[in-house]
Design a protein around this ligand. Structure first.
Ligand code: GDP
Ligand code: MG
Length: 704
């Protein structure tokens, strides 16, 4: 590196250090993201914390005096006693032990005023860490509708920290908050909840010992061993097996000398919170029935609740499958026009083919799902923001618990019917790591829209039109969707009973108050998801499209016959290579090429088959010629290739097989290792093979 460049890097690093870092913390749904967005606007970026799949949101804003401030939006939590990776990240960032993130200089702690006691539980813990903290009393409008009165001044005096009253959705209090966090001399908080002497002594001993073991910092305050010892999955803490054992023995020792120490601390904290609220919070004797209660009477009603949910989901599906069609068509046409435009100015040749057949058509195959993804995330944002999402989780919890999942898995699974990628991205709303992993593992069983072209082609090829009315076809299609759903539930149940057995899944189902959604934050989230989708899936698909194009073009033979050329290409060889494996399912090597091509994206089967059968079906919309061609395809000895039984076997294979590299790439990203995507590839495709094998063999024996 040149000297100049080095100096630049150094300057950037020191500028980074001198810019105050401000962390935004609070309970889930207290308004953190709304306030983060208010402060930073579009000056933000989303990444992951290293080693875990917790989202890291960073942004910048300017103080009252024009000084730059860096902000991070931390995951929501109810306490610093971590029970999930999200909560562990919050604790670790605040303790300054999160790799790659320095300890924040200041903290904005956000409280939902309409739920003050519960929110103060976390806030008092945060204050005890001693970082200069500004408290925000958010949602004052909601508290006001309940006729609650909060004495802001008394509150601030009691805790010894600045308190800013706010109503984030209307921007009320933003200026005051900016002024408060711009100060360099925010007094460090003095509130302290005394620890019982016995626990204190034990913790003191543990501290020295844990520090020797390297689990905590030698100078750590008592809080760090406290959080470490009360973390029931200390692997969150980034420590090794030997340290883990030491921690277990310390925990047992503590439990022995002070049985029930954790409950004691929880009770003490609630008592402290109650003392703070006394004289600060005034509630009317009888609260007016609020909107949330009135709405919940309908929306959580055993019958009407189900009806409303069905309507909402119906609307969601209508938008995903019907309204999205327009924009999807535009995207398709734009890419087709781009391909044609390239054809007009480039001379025919390999490079042009690569651009048009490889890159443009490959990328368009993915980008085409963008409208569905945007719509899904618009709905998810809307439902989360209004508070309806928690009601869906509540209503669906019973059903999902049959297979060992909880209600929060419902929407990600549902979203996977559009495309598994946004569905899997949506699993971030599931707090329990176990439920989240199982949901990710089974989500691709949901019949995504990429399977639809394949289903349509094969169902049509299976039975002549005149024998099958549109209704029968629709019923057949529905059956395939049901089969995929069954697969998802079946394997969720299996995983719950096997690999994940015994993993506790904490589930707090909170019913937030209903609120008007904030369009700004929904749009921002859609924008971020879209960017992620296009970048991640786009790069993989791009590479694969080039690869598949290359494999089906080279090595070249002089033959004029496209089928023969294909047979001698790498793809053709691969088709022949896998023929022994797919023969028992009833497929020939040409179908094998289609199967291999499907790994880029399932619908590629259709276009690959068009290439294989050299049909002039440039226009993907028009499947009729291919459909007829498929029906007439014969082996050299005159037998039909696509008998109804072969079609059925293929359909079953497509329902269950894991054939989507983009999904695998997203699963790798979300689980942070190749282990799970590889497992998924193996078990899903293995299961698909097995079922297709059974169907084909049994069918053959029965003479079909
Ligand atoms: P987070 O989970 O802490 O990031 O919370 P969000 O920022 O996502 O906010 C949760 C919900 O509360 C969203 O629907 C917001 O629009 C809403 N919200 C945030 N602040 C206020 C407020 O001051 N008053 C009201 N009525 N709603 C708010
Ligand atoms: Mg948030």
């Amino acid at each position: 590196m040149s000297n100049g460049a080095l100096r630049e890097v150094e300057q950037a690093a020191s500028a980074d250090k001198s810019t105050p870092l401000i962390a935004i913390v609070g309970n889930p749904n207290s308004g953190k993201t709304t306030i983060f967005n208010l402060l930073t606007g579009l000056r933000q970026k989303v990444a992951n914390y290293p080693g875990v799949t917790v989202e890291k949101k960073e942004g910048e804003c300017f103080s009252q005096h024009g000084k730059k401030l860096r902000l991070i939006d931390l995951p929501g939590a109810y306490s610093l006693n971590a029970r999930s990776p999200d909560e562990a990240v919050l604790r670790d960032v605040l303790l300054g032990r999160q790799a790659g993130t320095r300890r924040p200089d200041r903290v904005i702690c956000i409280l939902d005023s309409s739920n003050l006691e519960r929110n103060l539980y976390l806030a008092t813990q945060v204050l005890e860490l001693g970082l200069p903290t500004v408290l925000v009393l958010n949602m004052l409008d909601v508290a006001a509708t309940r006729e609650w009165r909060i004495d802001v001044k008394a509150f601030s005096e009691k805790l010894g920290v600045p308190v800013v009253p706010m109503q984030a959705t209307s921007g009320k209090g933003l200026l005051e908050l900016k002024i408060a966090i711009s100060r360099d001399d925010i007094p460090p908080p003095h509130a302290h909840m005394p620890l019982p002497a016995a626990i204190r002594n034990d913790l003191m001993n543990s501290r020295d010992d844990l520090a020797t073991a390297g689990a905590i910092h030698p100078q750590a305050s008592l809080l760090e061993p406290l959080y470490l010892l009360s973390d029931h999955d200390p692997s969150h803490y980034g420590i090794d097996g030997a340290q883990m054992q030491r921690i277990q023995s310390h925990r047992q020792a503590l439990e022995k000398s002070f049985p029930g120490w954790e409950e004691q601390l929880v009770n003490d904290r609630y008592a402290a919170v109650e003392a703070i609220c006394k004289g600060v919070l005034q509630r009317p004797d009888k609260e007016p029935a609020n909107l949330t209660q009135k709405l919940d009477r309908v929306l959580l009603h055993p019958i009407w609740g189900g009806v409303c949910l069905t309507l909402v989901l119906g609307a969601l599906f209508y938008f995903i499958f019907s309204v999205a069609e327009g924009p999807m068509g535009w995207i398709e046409e734009t890419f087709a026009a781009l391909g044609n435009w390239i054809k007009t100015w480039m001379a025919p040749g390999d490079l042009r083919d690569l651009l048009v057949d490889g890159i443009v058509s490959g990328v368009s195959g993915v980008v085409i799902f963008l409208p569905q993804i945007l719509i899904l995330f618009f709905f998810i944002g809307l439902m989360e923001d209004t508070g309806y999402m928690s009601r869906i989780a509540f209503i669906m919890d019973r059903l999902m618990s049959v297979v060992g999942l909880n209600g929060k898995s419902f929407l990600p699974l549902l979203g996977s019917y559009a495309c598994a990628i946004p569905g899997i991205m949506a699993t971030r709303t599931i707090d329990s790591p176990k439920d989240r992993l199982i949901t990710i593992l089974v989500a691709p069983f949901a019949s995504c829209s990429a399977r639809l072209p394949v289903y349509t082609l094969l169902i049509a090829a299976m039975v002549p039109n005149d024998q099958m009315s549109a209704w029968v076809k629709a019923a057949f299609l529905l059956g395939l969707y049901a089969l995929g759903t069954f697969g998802a539930f079946f394997f969720a149940w299996i995983f719950n009973k096997s690999i994940m057995r015994g993993v506790a899944s904490p589930m707090i189902l909170e019913m937030p108050t209903y609120k008007l959604p904030g369009l700004r934050s929904i749009l921002l989230q859609m924008w971020q998801r879209a960017k992620l989708f296009l970048r991640r899936a786009g790069t993989v698909i791009l590479g694969l499209s080039i690869l598949i194009w290359f494999a089906s073009t080279y090595p070249k033979t002089s033959s004029e016959d496209p089928t023969e050329r294909l047979e001698h290409s790498f793809a053709g060889m691969a088709g022949h290579l896998i023929e022994p494996v797919i023969r028992p399912l009833g497929y020939d090597w040409k179908i094998g090429i289609g199967l291999i091509g499907s790994f880029a994206a399932r619908e590629v089967f259709v276009s690959t088959m068009s290439v294989v059968y050299a049909v002039e079906a440039e226009d993907d919309e028009d499947l009729t010629p291919l459909r007829d061609r498929v029906r007439e395809e014969k082996y050299p000895d005159g037998r039909l290739v696509f008998t109804p039984l072969v079609c059925l076997s293929l359909l079953i294979f497509y329902v269950f097989a894991m054939q989507c590299v983009s999904t695998l790439a997203i699963v790798k990203r979300e689980t942070n290792s190749w282990r799970w995507p590889m497992f998924q590839l193996g078990y899903m495709t293995g299961f698909a093979w097995l079922l297709s094998f059974i169907v084909y063999q049994v069918g053959s024996v029965m003479g079909y």
